[in-house]
Design a protein around this ligand. Sequence first.
Ligand SMILES: [Zn+2]
Length: 242
Amino acid sequence: MDRTGANLIEDLAVANRILAEYGVIDGYGHVSVRSDRDPARYFLSRAIAPELVTEEDIMEYDLDSTPLDPRGRESVRERFIHGEIYKCRPEVNAVVHNHSPSVIPFGITTQPLRPIFHMASFIGQGVPTFEIRDAEEGTDLLVKTPYLGQALARTLGGKPAALMRGHGAVVVGENLPRAVGRSIYLEISAKLQAQAMAIAGPGGKMVCMDAREVEASVVPQNFARAWNMWRANALARMRLQS
Ligand SMILES: [Zn+2]
């Protein structure tokens, strides 16, 4: 593995730890990154709790989500989320699937998530909700077939994130820092919006970011400074455990 590839695998292990630290993924949920050497492949941890992931747990997949070198390691059942989104979105290089608790209420109601503060301005680009029943009835809500992965990717369309009714969310980005940063701030924003709605009361006014403010904020928002801090802290925790 060349140096770039090695760094990408380390970053993916680190991304698992960061998302676990911030309560975005717990024992479940996962994050993947597209290969920097072959855009038709991606990396994803084997089926273990994200907080325990190390570089040795990272597996490589093709875009049909078939593991290339499983060596007896168990794949996560919902890996099709990742492969099917990478097929539809060539500019996306990182995907997070989570059960982020504060976003769940917005996936089961008609109350939309809104761009309420600048760190989560991407919400203003639209966050659709995936209704799995529209694709298949009577499921356990898990996206564990290529067909369901394709349906989810269609709902996501060109947006930065989609909610999954009664389940969680999927968040994408051009790189890991963006997908991880968006996931953390989506959780924070959902919590803050619920607080703002409670303070405002029924029919009360909330002033959200407008379209021009969203446009001005989304492009430069790459979470670079936060990523460097999150990464350093996660690596320090990993070294303590090893
Ligand atoms: Zn899930």
